[in-house]
Design a protein around this ligand. Structure first.
Ligand code: ADP
Ligand code: MG
Length: 402
């Protein structure tokens, strides 16, 4: 069991001497020369892999990488196989180029306990995204059991995420367990005051999340491009900033919902602007004074101070979305401030997630001061919104046992 979810994990069942198909998410960032720039996603799965190996299981690892159209060689898992080989020097790591071809059958059939097999990018096969039952059955046919340790793809109804439960006893891995436990803890038993910080480019993609978060939050601090639409709704000039024109009603509804739940939504009081996102420096403006030809690209120092005070008092913090155009260091200060403010509050449970949010904080120090950094971007947001995910439901519905 993981909290209220009827999922068996690899701690609940003893898996020994079996061939285990492990769904991992090794969709790691690569340079154009195919060098891995950050192997955090691989590192995070090591406890599960080590535990299974310790009990003499033969592992077949499955993952996707990027969004290939057919067999795109630049998205081969070869660099990942090489990295795994470095991490597991006592084992032989083999990349299986095409598990559906006879050439692979022998390797698969003769796998020893000292070999870890990694199947080539699952998205090279159309059946993965289509959740094709024949493809799913073929994949399941390689092993005795299935372990899902890829929380970050649990919002996808792909064959390797939801298609295995019919054919194989299916279990949750340790990373999956850790993610579900941490996020459920925050959503179900948050300590007051709860402070949500939400940034990012667009409000439309985050509205359902915002609606859900008003139910538990005392404060919602808004920054990033997303805040512009709110400012505009209050008839505040935002110059040439990106705003979403069709969100007026939804934003109003959200503000009513916030009122109902006694949630205070806070907007930036001052902002950093420039003529283009590539400008070398920005200029601080109070609200109502943003020039017509400028774009809002970060929160200003006054806003930092106000947000900082609220973050400092929080007992629970949820942060998703950079509060500025952080890709340009000139507009990364607000996001860095938020990060350090969170790490300087020792009395709170902090949850951070989102693809760009993680990128923005990845190189900072004190990462260990964050209670939970989710590996799931879209998956985390959808899990908060809906309370479950297709990949979680699939594990709950597995009918086979070992
Ligand atoms: P995450 O991936 O963490 O969920 P999002 O994808 O929602 O975050 O948003 C991240 C993007 O939002 C970044 O590319 C960032 O540059 C952009 N962004 C943040 N603030 C602004 C702004 N004021 N103007 C334009 N883009 C912004
Ligand atoms: Mg993003």
């Amino acid at each position: 069991m993981i909290g209220k979810f009827n999922i068996k994990t690899i701690r609940d069942v003893h898996i020994e001497n079996k061939t285990v198909l492990v769904r991992v998410d090794y969709n790691v960032p690569l340079t154009p020369e195919h060098t891995i720039t950050n192997d955090e996603r691989i590192q995070q799965t090591l406890p599960t892999l080590r535990k299974l190996l310790k009990h003499h299981n033969r592992l077949i690892l499955i993952s996707h990488l990027g969004q290939p159209k057919g067999k795109d060689k630049s998205l081969s898992l070869a660099p990942i196989a090489r990295r795994l080989q470095q991490m597991f020097s006592d084992y032989e790591v083999l990349l299986i180029k095409d598990f559906t071809k006879p050439a692979a059958h022998e390797l698969l059939a003769r796998q020893t306990r000292k070999q870890i097999l990694l199947l080539e990018n699952l998205r090279f096969y159309a059946g993965e995204k289509d959740n094709n039952p024949i493809f799913a059955k073929g994949l399941a046919g390689l092993a005795d059991a299935y372990v899902n340790d890829a929380f970050s793809v649990c919002h996808r109804e792909d064959a390797s995420v939801v298609g295995m439960r019919k054919y194989l006893p299916s279990y949750g891995g340790l990373l999956l367990e850790k993610e579900i436990t941490a996020i459920s803890q925050v959503m179900n038993h948050p300590k007051d005051p709860v402070v949500v910080i939400l940034g990012g480019a667009k409000v439309s993609t985050k509205l359902p999340l915002l609606f859900r978060l008003t139910e538990i939050a005392d404060y919602i601090l808004l920054g990033g491009g997303l805040a512009n639409t709110f400012l505009k709704n209050h008839n505040i000039q935002v110059g040439k900033s990106v705003v979403e024109p069709h969100q007026k009603t939804a934003v109003k509804e959200l503000q009513q919902q916030a009122l109902k739940h006694h949630t205070t939504i806070m907007l930036p009081q001052d902002v950093v602007c420039a003529e283009t996102p590539t400008s070398e420096t920005g200029e601080v403006f109070q609200l109502h004074t943003v020039p017509k030809n400028k774009i809002i690209l970060d929160i200003g120092p006054e806003t930092q101070a106000i947000f900082g005070k609220i973050i400092n008092q929080a007992k629970t913090i949820i942060w998703n979305g950079p509060v500025g155009f952080f890709e340009n260091p000139a507009f990364a200060r607000g996001t860095e401030f938020i990060y350090y403010a969170i790490t300087e509050n020792p009395n709170c449970f902090s949850l951070i997630g989102g693809g760009d949010t993680i990128t923005a904080v990845a190189k900072q120090e004190h990462l260990d001061k964050i209670s939970h950094i989710s590996t799931g971007g879209g998956a985390m947001l959808e899990f908060i919104e809906k309370g479950t995910l297709p990949g979680i439901q699939a594990l709950e519905r597995t009918t086979k046992t070992l």
